[in-house]
Ligand binder design. Structure first.
Ligand SMILES: C[S@@+](CC[C@H](N)C(=O)[O-])C[C@H]1O[C@@H](n2cnc3c(N)ncnc32)[C@H](O)[C@@H]1O
Length: 271
């Protein structure tokens, strides 16, 4: 018996994706078609998507603002909500002249890459613990930006201590108790250490706040994305650490902006 040929006409592709549970089937079909080099490749991409792999891992890229970022299996896919943090980081960098900007917990470096494109005079750095994500960050940032394979600040050169103007981060911030609320795609295809951060989701946020103070220049800014329900606790922690704090919000997402006061040297020597 001859196997049935799979039709991937625009309508058939949308139907197959919808039947597989893809909510934005039309949009996904457009991305799959744009990414395929020929019909056979389109079928391969479509089959992988239908088997449950995230669209961005299947096609190898994600749109982030005006940018197309490389991403793939094993790496956290940048979310559109992180555009808020990227805007905050760009604005904070622009007021600092020729700033040094670090994306901590960088993943594939969406915020650092945005800053690199929007503030050409910035010195851009990224720090990320995972080798797969760090490789994507290098590809996205290109030459001229440094990517450190680093647990928090451990691999960031000591010479930068007290000299970073902006630190921006999306640390893992999902409470371990909220795993059930995550989409299956994230649970099955993104590393746990990119997602979870203790009972209240703030383990890495607190650690970042404590460690950043010493790395920031006078008047430097730490900007961290989190869920809006986590902001009050994170803001209290940042104030206790000596920062002045502000909040930016966009639906469920908040950005904590913590500014290091000028002329006050803390005793923190944390990595
Ligand atoms: C939620 S993802 C965010 C990635 C990226 N900023 C984005 O928005 O797409 C968190 C990232 O932090 C990294 N990470 C987890 N623990 C880390 C640590 N101790 N030090 C540095 N990076 C870490 C994970 O590998 C993951 O890439």
């Amino acid at each position: 018996m001859t196997p049935p040929t799979t039709s991937n006409t625009p309508d058939a592709l949308v139907r197959r994706l919808r039947e597989a549970g893809c909510v934005f089937a039309e949009d996904e079909a457009t991305v799959l078609r744009a990414s395929a080099v020929d019909a056979e490749h389109l079928e391969w991409l479509c089959a992988r998507r239908i088997s449950g792999a995230p669209l961005e891992h299947v096609v190898g890229w994600v749109a982030f603002g005006d940018l197309h970022l490389d991403v793939g299996p094993g790496a956290f896919v940048p979310r559109q909500r992180t555009l808020l943090l990227a805007r905050v980081a760009v604005a904070a960098a622009r007021v600092r002249g020729a700033p040094t900007v670090l994306e901590a917990y960088a993943g594939v470096a969406p915020v650092a890459t945005t800053v690199r494109h929007s503030v050409p005079e910035a010195r851009v750095l990224a720090a990320e613990i995972d080798p797969v994500a760090a490789d994507y960050a290098r590809r996205n940032l290109g030459t001229g930006a440094a990517v450190y394979r680093s647990d928090s600040f451990t691999a960031v050169p000591d010479a930068l201590r007290g000299r970073i103007d902006v630190i921006a981060a999306v640390p893992p911030y999902v409470p371990t108790t909220a795993a059930d609320l995550l989409p299956r795609e994230a649970l099955e295809h993104e590393p746990d250490r990119a997602l979870f951060a203790g009972d209240d989701g703030l383990d890495h946020v607190r650690r970042l706040i404590d460690r950043s103070y010493d790395w920031l220049a006078d008047g430097g800014v730490l900007a961290i994305e989190m869920n809006r329900n986590q902001w009050a606790a994170a803001g209290r922690h940042a104030r206790r650490a000596g920062f002045t704090v502000r909040r930016r919000s966009d639906g469920h997402t908040s950005v904590l902006t913590a500014t290091r006061p000028r002329g006050r040297r803390a005793g923190h020597r944390c990595r």
